[in-house]
Design a protein around this ligand. Structure first.
Ligand code: KG4
Ligand code: ZN
Length: 357
């Protein structure tokens, strides 16, 4: 019987040191034997954001422990591993270098293939860890650094339909949280505050809601939140602002998703379209339930990764690694880190002043 491929995944692109062991399966989905994530929340909390130098140091301190923990949990030995998949970008160069160099050293010592993975492709394929997904599908990727609508045509084949022209959704959540006095990363706390708040209390702007196709913008919303945050007197005001902010994000994403659906239908001509929502912000329950309902109404099958696979992890990196392993898409040990690595290299850069939508 043919040996089932065993992939070690490593992720260090930002502030999570992560390792996972994934085994090929004859079933629809591979077996995730271990998935260890060590977050640096405590390291960066007092600085209000990720400090690259500190993040890199923490990765250096922990990477061997985390990889060993992942191997131990999987009950496999390093010599059982068939390939090492590692995030090569996008992300913070000092952080990416830690994981990539560690993976290169392992690949060289074990004489096993190195597979360099795009972090965003990891998010894009993360639902494949729980369900069989056929291409093409529509993807909304919402994380701390990226907010994009993409057509996933195949492994490595992406077409961007829309992107943010300023902040990412997760960034908007984190900045709003900071204005409410919540320590970094505040996104998940906005959701908790919002439960106790009146979402209709503050009327907030929805930038470019009626133009720019399914491109997104959150800078104007952030400015409005900043203004209101200066008038806040008590906790109830905070809860109300969190709820109003979250409601506004939901409305923006609902409208822009409708536009992305229209655009996707023109390309795919399929009856059963799939809509995947991935990335850290996909853990937000309000966003999940609203996009779920919208999809069902518009004949798209919604797919969300389970909550523990929304944020950064190495299981998704191993998932891409496994797909590439089957196609023998290996990389040289000289492969560089890619701090900027768009999934659709042909899509225009849309950030900054003077952008025409
Ligand atoms: O994918 P991810 O873990 O890292 C990046 O690749 O950026 O996403 C992290 C982002 C952060 O901005 C965090 O605040 C946000 O996801 N986030 C949330 C929630 N959980 C994480 N935002 C809103 N609601 C949540 N429940
Ligand atoms: Zn991410």
């Amino acid at each position: 019987m043919k040996k089932k491929a065993l992939i070690l995944g490593i992720e260090t692109s930002c502030d999570e040191t992560a390792a996972a062991v994934l085994e090929e399966s004859s079933e629809n989905v591979p077996n995730l034997l271990s998935n260890i994530v060590s977050s640096q929340e405590k390291v960066h909390k007092k600085f209000g954001g990720v400090v690259p130098e500190l993040a890199a140091r923490s990765h250096i301190d922990k990477i061997d422990l985390i990889v060993n923990a992942a191997l131990k949990k999987s009950e496999k030995k390093l010599t059982d591993i068939d390939a090492i998949a590692v995030t090569g970008g996008p992300g913070l160069i000092v952080c990416l270098s830690v994981g990539l160099n560690f993976a290169k050293a392992l690949a060289m010592t074990l004489k096993k293939p190195l597979i360099v993975v795009n972090h965003l492709e990891g998010h894009a394929l993360s639902p494949k860890l729980i369900t069989n997904l056929n291409y093409p599908y529509l993807l909304l990727l919402i994380s701390g650094g990226h907010s994009q609508y993409l057509v996933v045509n195949n492994l490595g084949k992406y077409r961007r339909l829309g992107t943010t022209i300023d902040d990412a959704v997760g960034e908007a959540f984190d900045k709003t949280a900071k204005l409410l006095g919540i320590k970094f990363p505040g996104g998940p706390f906005i959701e908790k505050y919002a439960i106790k708040g009146d979402k209709n209390r503050y009327d907030l702007p929805k930038p470019i809601i009626n133009k720019g196709g399914c491109n997104l913008s959150f800078a104007g919303l952030k400015t409005a939140v900043l203004k209101i945050s200066k008038t806040i007197k008590n906790n109830q005001d905070k809860y109300d602002l969190a709820a109003s902010f979250q409601k506004t994000i939901v409305k923006i994403l609902n409208r822009k998703t409708e536009i992305a659906f229209q655009q996707f239908r023109k390309i795919s001509h399929k009856k059963n379209n799939i809509f995947v929502v991935a990335g850290g912000v996909a853990a937000n329950k309000e966003i999940r339930s609203n996009l779920n309902n919208l999809s069902l109404k518009q004949n798209f099958q919604p797919i969300f990764p389970p909550l523990d696979l929304c944020g950064d992890n190495a299981a998704m990196i191993a998932m891409v690694g496994l797909e590439k392993f089957k196609l023998k898409q290996f990389n040289e040990l000289s492969y560089p880190t890619k701090p900027r690595w768009p999934l659709d290299p042909k899509a225009p850069f849309l950030k900054g002043a003077g952008v025409k939508l």
